[in-house]
Design a protein around this ligand. Sequence first.
Ligand SMILES: [Zn+2]
Length: 291
Amino acid sequence: MTRIDDLPLVRSTRVGRIRIHALEAGLQRLDGGAMFGVVPKPLWEKRIQPDARNRIPAALRCLLIEAPAALVLVDTGIGNKEDEKFRDIFGIANEGAPTRLEDAIRATGFGPTDVDIVLNTHLHFDHAGGDTVRLEDGAIVPAFPGARHVVQRGEFDFAHSRNERIRASYLLPNVDPVAEAGLWDLVEGDATVTEGVRVMHTPGHTPWHQSVLVESDGEVACFLADVCPTTAHLPLPWIMGYDLEPLVTLESKRRLWVRAREDGWLLVFEHDPSVPWGRLDPSSDRPALAP
Ligand SMILES: [Zn+2]
């Protein structure tokens, strides 16, 4: 069973001339059935062992990108605002100063105030929870006050629609203090965020979910986020029960795997409990990582 101490705080590599860092912002435990949708437990439990409460460990892996003109942080984990009951249900381990995310950023030689752009793939609590921080006096403020915060406009509006199926996943204290500070930069569709960093609409998990491309010198890395949260989700039909539009996820993945295989993309997995990244094996006709 993966424990937080098994995960190095930071692992780094290069995409062309751009340095990227996988930041291990902690672990959570999510219901195994919900993580694998219609895949039967006898199949998925061979890949990831559940605990006594049927939960599987999921990393809270964020990506720090040293783009030429900006330091970009992709997703922010869960943050420090949730109570003990919430932290127990989701098995959250992300302690640090104020969370393990900030510790990981400092381990790269930067500090939280150096971040120029926070890029959220979507606004679920395990992706945008660290956008804001609860101070000792109880006030909730942006955790990266010097950063422009990028998300799809559709995702921002959807998070505020509060329908019964989605509202437990969208916690507004993660989002609204950033709005009050005037820090949101809402984009529509595929867009360049800064030199070397683009967002790509990859709907299905949510209707306006986006993935992130890092491009330099002909090399490409893709931060997949929840279109494919772990290496166990590489096969096309292995789609999370959490996804609002699973057939749309299927087509997002199908499109991605064609390009990822042809162009040798480095794929970054946000929730894989151990593997931060890898490339598709071009000699395999099924989506599998190269050894
Ligand atoms: Zn997620």
